[in-house]
Every structure is written in structure tokens, then in C-alpha cells.
Design a binder for this molecule. Sequence first.
Ligand code: BG6
Length: 297
Amino acid sequence: MIDQLNAQFAIPDHIQFLSGPGEFPIAALQNGYGSAAVSVYGGHVLSYQPTGHEPVIWVSQLANYEAGSAIRGGIPIIFPWFGSHPADTSKPSHGFARRSMWQVTQTAQAASGETSITLVLTDTSATTALWPHQFKLSVTVTLGTRLEVSMRCDNLGDAAITMTNALHTYFAVADSTNITIKGLERIDYLDQLNDMQRKSSALPIQIAAEVDRIYLENSQQVDIVDPGLARTIHIRKQGSQSTVVWNPWIEKSARMGDFGDAEYLEMVCVEAGNVGDAAVTIAPNASHETRQIIWTE
Ligand code: BG6
């Protein structure tokens, strides 16, 4: 498979396929702006490092790389439902996209220096058993002055489809108890740790306990200010009505088998999606795209 991917999609000096953990095929992207790695399993960004800077994306040391599991860290593609399935909790949490093998369909090197790759997941008998719709989900990762990740859903069926989704990005931080997340002040959020109570705060977010919030807003810039790494991560988004902020803190970290007990100190998730009442309905032959744009200073 690796040889075939390289024969079809490698770009000398910019994109190469290799066998990653669990023997998942990985696309390694590099150019003057930095480097990134994308797993074909899950259509999942595993790393992003701008040239001369520390890694921006975090992956657990205990992540599982096996068919049927979700990879803990990186940018999991959450589709076609966020969290538990609304009607059947026996279905996989956060949908099936992050637990499926995808197809590489395109790679490109722009004259301006950006490197990109597109991966696609389409309906199969396995997805139809979980979600009875015909669709094409495309993830495009572009490594340029910023990292841009888009997930686009095309409705290929003849009935409208309704989905929730997210780019569930795990950001690397020096110490999560010493960061400030700015840009969500005074925006209402649903507190997943408190019966979905609707709340808001005038203050930037600081992490001193488990945080699991669904912010109900549109297209704000969020900044993760990290004095330990002397940097700020900037996050913008499009096609997303919800921002999810998550850190599992101590007890939940200990409960998760694929997450180190102290790893809650190394990460925070700031996710761009459409969650709960912000579910998106896509007419036949129409599409919807959610995009996250990430850079550091
Ligand atoms: C977040 C949710 O998006 O994902 C949390 O808000 C959840 O409630 C977290 O715990 C991780 O989910 P999972 O399925 O990857 O363990």
C-alpha cells in the first residue's frame, strides 16, 4: 500500500508516504513553512510543526493505532455525530469517521510553496449500517504559513442529511494549568459537566479543573496564550457554529486507557464544529464545509 501511495501521490521533497505506528500509512508533508503528518486511517492530522517552532499538535504516548480504535490526539475527524449518538448510545462515540480507513485522492504543491493533501471517506455497507446516508466526506490539509484543515461533506443521496461534526484538535501546551484561552469571553456555553447548563464568563479560560464546554457562537478567533512555550496559538474557523473546549483533568485522565495520567498537563482541545442544536442539514447534491486555520506567534 505504501509503495502504491508513493507511486501515485508522492511529491519529491514535499510529500512522502511511510508506514507509521500500527502500520497505518502516514503522509509526511514538508516545505519551507514546516512539517505535518496525516494518517490515512481516520483522515487524521497527527502532527504540525512550523519551521523553527515547537510542535503545535499533541498526541498521547498511549494512543492506540489499531483498526476500530480512535487515535488519542492529533485532529480526529468527528462525523457524522458529535459525542454519543443521539438515539443509540451503542454506536461509537463521535461517529465512525475517526475509526475508518480513508482514501488519498489528491496531493499538490503550489507555486507559492503550500503543500496539500486530500483524503476521502465515502459510504460503505459498514457506514450505512450505522448511518443510512450516501455521502462523500473530504478532508484537505494545507501546510502553508498556517495549517488549514477542512472537512467537507457532500450529500450524494436523494434525501436531506443532518449531521453534527468537529475538527477535534488537541493542542500541545507547556502546562495546561498555566495557559489562558482568549476569545470566548461573554459567549454562552453549555457545560457538559453540569447537565448542559447554559453559562458564560467575562474572563478568559484558565484550566484548574476538568473543562468540557460547548460554546454557542460563530466564527470567533480563539488564542491559546502559553507563557511556558513563549508562544500564542491562534485558531480561526469557518463553517462552524460551535467551539468545544476540553481538558480531562486528573480523574478522567486516570480513567482513560489511552491517555497518560499526567498528560492533561500537556494538552487542551479547542474544537471547531457544529454540535447539538447547531446540527447542519445538507440538501441532496449540496455540501457543507468546516475549516480550522491554525498558526503560532
Ligand atoms: C470532547 C467531548 O469533544 O471529546 C468530551 O466534549 C469527551 O466530553 C472528549 O470526553 C473525548 O472523547 P473521546 O470519545 O475521544 O474519549
